[in-house]
Design a protein around this ligand. Structure first.
Ligand code: HEC
Length: 116
């Protein structure tokens, strides 16, 4: 008797696995030295809003409604920012965020999560 135990576990849904995550070596307490105006706004403008902005001339396929031009928009998608930029590191498309900015983003996300 042949028992086939073929369990498909290698689907295309592997976005979050296999990529190195950012180890900042920092404790998990929120550091709130970085504010929206003082830092995060500039980060999202530099790395995200070329595609993720309601007035973007070419979103390059970025989903409508996923925008980062206001603090509120960024906060709504905070979980996904962590997953895509810090964990999977597949946003922004094309990469290019220096580690120092990833570390600051990590701090800002931690702070934003801790201060509802
Ligand atoms: C060059 C264009 C481009 C830039 C720049 C860009 N994105 Fe995206 N983004 C996309 C495209 C295309 C998709 C849809 C495909 C996908 O999800 O991979 C997307 C989807 C997303 C999504 C929704 C999908 C999900 O996983 O929830 C989030 C959140 C996101 N991007 C975050 C960001 C952040 C944060 C930045 C800046 C650090 C950024 N993106 C920069 C093109 C871009």
């Amino acid at each position: 008797m042949i028992v086939a135990l073929m369990i498909a576990c290698s689907g295309p849904n592997a976005t979050d696995s296999g990529s190195p995550s950012v180890d900042t070596g920092q404790p998990m307490e929120a550091s709130c030295e970085l504010g929206w105006n003082s830092w995060a706004s500039g980060f999202f403008t530099t790395y995200c809003t070329s595609c993720h902005h309601p007035q973007s001339a070419n979103r390059h396929g970025a989903p409508n409604g996923i925008n980062f031009h206001t603090q509120n928009d960024a906060l709504i998608h905070l979980d996904r920012v962590r997953v895509r930029v810090l964990n999977a590191q597949d946003m922004p498309l094309g990469g290019g965020v220096p580690l120092s900015d990833l570390q600051r983003l990590n701090e800002w996300v931690n702070c934003a999560e801790a201060t509802p």
